[in-house]
Design a protein around this ligand. Structure first.
Ligand code: ADP
Ligand code: MG
Length: 700
């Protein structure tokens, strides 16, 4: 069989299963199936015992003998077959609903069998349904038979499967039989890595690795196969990003902003405070980029409140000084509106035509606004996704700033690319650990604001449980009576917004019972409100007309009310670390001491406790990001994985940092020596295949 052959031709597949494999796993060719790796193996020599089974046991291997076969008729031409299987430590019942005749004809009392399957405890007894049997026979409910061979692989691969697959007889064991067949009939695949790399890093050839990762002969071979494929995975990730980076740097059609003009200078002169050292450095970096002749693609990292928005605004003024327009894209209407108001205030007197484009602008106004954007009359636009709709045409777009980029999908960012080749600045307040940044943003230059404006007092964070709520509330009273304001945040718990709203309303009721009207005024904020209602509530709170804001996480990003000094986070154990950090960033924005109170239930799980402990012990976003990565572990970087940005099957950016580093350096050396990869046809082949995937990275 050839790697490119359609999987339908593999013995045991057929049209029906081929369809399911394609739909569920994206497996279409023989190579696709080879590249669908098992997530673990069963060591056949490590037989379990019936006595040691537990509810958590996954697939196990048992060895013993059969007795007491019973057959019960369950309908016309249907029967249920049960057999007792004993291994000396106990007895488990084996059950078949299908293929019973054949099993019956083959089972022999007294003969030693090995069974493989998933045990379950049912009606006071251990059971195993449709186990796999070994020695004389290998019955199965499917028509799949493994090749007739006496060789028994010492390790059995275990695969992730879906319900749909199981319905079509493609459980993990069936899949294992398919890969076993495939491994025995495939004799060549293209080597993906250059020979010099294989030699230098002592890597197993690709074909051998692809077979051994399914059916290794021993642990050593399994490790070597995984190491080789992991290396390849990280190598190509780096190649994709770094090649794109090279390509971008070598294109010289970036807009060139040569002058620092009137807008920038006048704005700078009227700033009420000096820039921090870090802000100055970053402004310099941005200026360098934008006059280099290359298109800027820069990530600006900085903790909440570190003054990123100000820096972004200054770089936008540079675009204006050079006869271009600039736009800023924010993830929500609240934020866009807030940025807009801030900009209007800060740009007062400079005569810059600044406008807000969000979904809720009236259609007729929107149309006119778009005309002004197209004619270039509007110089600076702030908005949400509305900005990247196809009918928004800019006269001459010089710079795009994307705020809080993790909220923007990859495709949305790619869309913006169609608006010309503007410089791009991506801002994020969720610091990204070093390895992650290296892996994800190989193609982005990175600036960091690692210094807060002076005069900020770090937020104090406390962990409290229910019994101490009265104390918490009396503390809040003190704060409010001293003229401060308070946030209460509730997590989204349910899938349904309605139920979440119910939680929020219960919370509101509780808060109001402690803080009765009219003495205390409470605002409420959640995703179901219309933009107008949100703006109204936000404004009341901002102006100090309400004392308390009860909210879902919609206030997570960027909301700025310096007089709010306490943030109470309810069910804090349900939030992730970066989200807690973002939420906490809503307080501590003025000069007064601020507080964050994490309310949780009593008995926390290990990782929840660790998250809460981290929050109480540091306010440094980078430390929190590192802790987050450690706690969540490699398998659970869900947001990233779902967005398709971090599509790693084997490597872990947590545990494989040295390998990330090694492949990064290796790729850099290769590209330095041979930027067009003339000497590496196999790498060119890879790049040709992954071009499409890379479209977005031009902009992200
Ligand atoms: P970020 O976008 O990083 O969260 P912002 O740019 O919104 O931060 O700044 C937070 C607050 O700090 C704003 O009110 C801003 O005016 C103020 N600020 C920014 N830079 C400075 C500075 N150098 N000195 C004093 N205050 C500053
Ligand atoms: Mg901000």
């Amino acid at each position: 069989m050839l790697p490119t052959d359609n999987i339908v031709y593999l013995k045991g597949v057929g049209p029906d299963r081929a369809k399911v494999l394609a739909a569920e796993l994206g497996v279409r060719s023989a190579l696709d199936l080879l590249e669908y790796f098992p997530f673990r193996h069963i060591d056949r020599s490590a037989t379990a015992t019936v006595a040691s089974l537990s509810e958590e046991s996954a697939l196990v291997v048992l060895s013993g003998t059969m007795s007491n076969m019973t057959v019960v008729s369950t309908g016309p031409r249907r029967e249920r077959l049960t057999v007792d299987f004993s291994d000396g430590t106990g007895t488990i019942q084996l059950v078949w609903f299908a293929g019973t005749k054949w099993v019956r004809s083959k089972l022999k009392p007294g003969v030693k069998y090995t069974v493989i399957g998933k045990p379950s405890f049912y009606n006071g007894q251990w059971q195993m349904t449709h186990p796999e049997l070994e020695t004389e026979l290998r019955p199965s409910t499917s028509d799949t038979q493994s090749p007739t061979s006496d060789f028994r692989p010492p390790f059995l691969p275990v695969y992730n499967t879906t319900d749909k697959m199981k319905q079509h007889g493609l459980g993990t064991r069936a899949l294992a039989r398919l890969t076993e067949t495939l491994c025995s009939c495939i004799t060549s695949v293209d080597e993906a890595l250059p020979q010099e790399v294989l030699d230098r890093f002592h890597l197993m050839p690709r074909l051998q690795a692809l077979k051994a990762i399914h059916y290794p002969e021993n642990q050593f071979q399994l490790d070597a196969a995984r190491a080789r494929l992991k290396f390849e995975e990280l190598f190509f990730l780096q190649l994709d990003y770094q090649y794109a980076h090279y390509a971008r740097c070598n294109r010289s059609h970036g807009l060139v902003f040569t002058s620092v003009g009137d807008y920038f200078n006048r704005f700078y002169a009227q700033l009420p405070f000096p820039l921090t050292g870090a802000q100055k450095r970053v402004v310099r970096e941005l200026r360098e980029d934008m006059r280099s002749g290359r298109q800027m693609n820069r990530l600006l990292q900085g903790d909440v409140g570190s003054g990123k928005t100000l820096v972004a605004l200054m770089s936008m003024l540079l675009a204006l000084d050079n006869g271009c327009q600039a736009c800023l894209m924010a993830p929500t209407e609240i934020l866009a509106t807030q940025h807009y108001n801030t900009f209007i205030r800060m740009l007062d007197g400079l005569g810059i035509r600044t406008e807000l484009l969000i979904g809720s602008v009236r259609a007729a106004d929107k149309k006119k606004l778009k005309q002004r954007i197209a004619s270039g009359e509007t110089q600076l636009v702030i908005g949400t996704h509305a900005l990247i709709e196809a009918d928004v045409v800019f006269h001459r777009l010089g710079l795009v700033v994307i705020d809080e980029q993790h909220r923007f999908g990859v495709e949305q960012r790619a869309k913006l690319w169609d608006k010309g080749t503007p410089h791009v600045l991506v801002m994020t307040a969720t610091p990204i650990p070093r390895t992650l940044a290296m892996t994800l943003y190989g193609d982005l230059d990175c600036s960091v604001i690692d210094e807060l404006p002076p005069g900020r007092t770090p937020v104090r964070t406390y962990h409290r449980t229910e019994p101490r709520r009265p104390l918490v509330f009396s503390f809040l009273k003190q704060q409010i009576d001293a003229g401060r304001q308070v946030y209460f945040v509730y997590p989204l718990i349910h899938e349904s917004e309605k139920l979440d709203l119910k939680d929020l309303e219960d919370g509101l009721e509780m808060v109001q019972s402690y803080f009765p009207r009219p003495q205390y005024q409470v605002s409420i904020m959640h995703g179901q409100l219309t933009p107008d209602e949100k703006a109204f509530e936000m404004e009341r709170f901002k102006q100090g007309k309400t004392h308390i804001m009860v909210s879902t996480t919609v206030i997570e990003v960027g909301v700025d009310v310096p007089n709010a000094t306490v943030m109470v986070i309810e069910n804090a154990e349900r939030f992730g670390l970066s989200q807690l950090h973002q939420l906490r960033g809503r307080v501590g924005r003025g000069s007064a001491q601020s507080y964050c109170i994490l309310m949780t239930k009593d008995n926390l799980s290990g990782t929840s406790r660790e998250r809460i402990r981290t929050m109480c012990s540091t306010t440094d976003g980078f430390q929190i990001a590192e802790a987050d990565l450690q706690l969540r572990g490699p398998g659970d970087l869900q947001g990233l994985q779902q967005s398709g940005v971090l599509d790693l099957k084997l490597a872990s950016i947590v545990d494989d940092e040295p390998l990330v580093q090694a492949t990064r350096n290796l790729v850099r050396d290769i590209l330095d020596a041979d930027p067009t990869l003339d000497r590496y046809p196999e790498l060119q082949r890879h790049l040709a295949k992954s071009r499409n995937k890379l479209l977005w990275s031009k902009i992200s």
